[in-house]
Design a protein around this ligand. Structure first.
Ligand SMILES: [Zn+2]
Length: 272
């Protein structure tokens, strides 16, 4: 599932193609109107037709196109991809939506599993309510992290996956962050030392930024745009490495399930 670096990579890819362009219309495809979560197709067109895209950016795992009257927001969920135009090689039955631009460009939303959604919001209150601070925002600081971890008796992994606590992290990057910080994924939040909280605070943006620099991680379906791949998979240290040697201490990496999520850790580096 695309996480913050993957969504940012999509934004970076599409920014030059979408910024300052005007939307002609949006269509649902393959008789799948559910792709538009907040409006019917005709209602949505009333909002977005003839509107110029004045900014393309990311909040959590949402891609956001600013229009003069609101925001067109895209969530890729498990397997959503955006692509410019289509070719004969495309399996068009996986297309769920199409954004037509005034300049005749066509942006397709391709989604094998069909969980991806497009929303229109007048303002972003609903997202800001659902999402905690961005990892690159000054509000994600030592005080925020310490105060919130100190009052939580739950495990650290699900806490970092909780979008309301911190926006944008998913399974890959939480495993990578916890390995780098030498924190076992099931550690109780209120038992994490000040030193490890400081490690978390620096490792989270550092690992995310490094992944963004490589256009994210493609393991199966993710593409930043038109048949491109995220190259960060080469730099993963722990995610998907079960039964391999930890690059730090050579111990065999284990995979367990934490809150139903496959979780990778080094039993020596990440003692519980
Ligand atoms: Zn190790």
């Amino acid at each position: 599932m695309p996480e913050l670096p993957e969504v940012q990579s999509v934004v970076n890819y599409f920014k030059p193609l979408l910024l300052n362009e005007t939307i002609h219309s949006v269509n649902h495809l393959n008789d799948y109107p559910k792709v538009f979560e907040t409006h019917t197709t005709s209602e949505l067109n009333k909002h977005v037709s003839n509107k110029k895209i004045t900014r393309i950016w990311r909040r959590g795992k949402y891609i956001i196109l600013n229009l003069s009257n609101g925001h067109l927001c895209i969530h890729l969920r498990m397997t959503g991809q955006l692509q410019v135009g289509s070719s004969l090689n495309d399996n068009t039955k996986h297309f769920t939506a199409l954004i037509n631009l005034k300049n005749k460009s066509k942006i397709y939303f391709k989604d094998y599993r069909k969980f991806g959604r497009i929303y229109f919001f007048k303002n972003l209150d609903i997202l800001n309510y659902k999402l905690g601070p961005e990892p690159f925002d000054p509000s994600f600081n030592y005080k925020y992290l310490k105060n919130n971890l100190n009052k939580s008796r739950g495990m650290i992994k699900p806490k970092l996956l909780n979008q309301k606590f911190i926006a944008g992290l998913g399974n890959i990057y939480v495993d990578e962050v916890l390995w780098k910080c030498r924190v076992h994924p099931i550690t109780r939040c209120d038992k994490i030392s000040a030193i490890k909280i400081k490690r978390l605070l620096s490792a989270i943006p550092e690992i995310l930024q490094k992944s963004i620099d490589f256009n994210g991680t493609t393991i199966i379906n993710f593409s930043p745009g038109n048949k491109t791949k995220g190259e960060f998979a080469k730099y993963l240290n722990i995610f998907g490495k079960q039964n391999q040697h930890c690059s730090h201490c050579k111990t065999i990496i284990k995979k367990i399930f934490v809150s139903q999520r496959g979780t990778h850790f080094c039993p020596k580096c990440q003692k519980y």
